[in-house]
Ligand binder design. Sequence first.
Ligand SMILES: NC(=O)c1ccc[n+]([C@@H]2O[C@H](COP(=O)([O-])OP(=O)(O)OC[C@H]3O[C@@H](n4cnc5c(N)ncnc54)[C@H](OP(=O)(O)O)[C@@H]3O)[C@@H](O)[C@H]2O)c1
Length: 289
Amino acid sequence: MCPPDREGAAMNALTGKVAVVTGATSGIGVDVARAFVHEGAQVVLAGRRRTEGEAVAVELGPAASFLTADVSREDDVAALLDFAVRRHGRLDVLVNNAGSPSHLGRIEDVDVAAFRATQEVNVMGALYGIKHAVGHLRRTGGSIINMASITGQRVVYAGVAYSVSKAALINLTKWAAADLGQDGIRVNSISPGFITTGRFGKAAGVTEEQAQARLEALEAYAREQARSLQAIPRPGFGPDVAGAAVYLASEASSYVTGLDLVVDGGLSLGQPGEAMARIRDAMTSVYLG
Ligand SMILES: NC(=O)c1ccc[n+]([C@@H]2O[C@H](COP(=O)([O-])OP(=O)(O)OC[C@H]3O[C@@H](n4cnc5c(N)ncnc54)[C@H](OP(=O)(O)O)[C@@H]3O)[C@@H](O)[C@H]2O)c1
């Protein structure tokens, strides 16, 4: 893996801030938490898997702690935010990163209960977070970051329940941003493209361990895909998304709200340069042979 060069990035952009990051037991959430700690924040990580979450908190050092929380349960989310404020005396940043993939298949085969369960995590989880963070964030002039996806804007590789949930999350972000500006609270989303994490294994129905074991194979596939589909011809990694989260959490973005910040290497732009050149040559041959 080759995380982006963080040399030269603004140091300690989050000094003195307290952040909660949900879904920080694996993948992007871990990299967001790591970047926040690196930038001087104190971070409470959350997820359902206690062993994994506690191991990440230990790895990140004394600025990090972990609390078990299922974001589809409103009480868990409220308790998580209360825990952060009790422990650190304030809350400045909430990253609603926890997310659940969904089955890939035809819409006529959709499992309605599973569709609802995806919305419970990806939409309701963020709604509970926003609702219960407002009282705390109003005191600090805080920032809420929702982890959406380019699948919320375009129909690309993802199941219908996941796509719909991320579209709702982008709209929820804008609605909350318009509402909470008067409270000094900014609300933005990040829409990653194809980021190599264990998520795709979960969507394919394999276990977390199997997904982690196949990360190298996924990375090789992502490298190939990036070359043919993206303007930036390399795979995306957690630290690419974490950089965007640091920006939205920090004062550098103090006049930015309601933004959906796309972090996809140009995947959603359309034809990358190479494909465009192939089309141009093909079109030319239609007329000139
Ligand atoms: N990887 C990508 O290409 C990509 C692209 C666009 C958007 N995203 C979004 O980025 C976020 C992170 O995904 P990832 O790729 O890092 O996948 P991941 O490794 O599967 O991480 C998902 C995280 O969400 C947590 N989670 C799931 N359900 C939860 C629940 N009910 N309550 C609390 N936590 C829950 C998981 O923890 P537990 O299992 O311990 O609960 C895990 O920490 C997700 O919102 C995903 O939709 C990812």
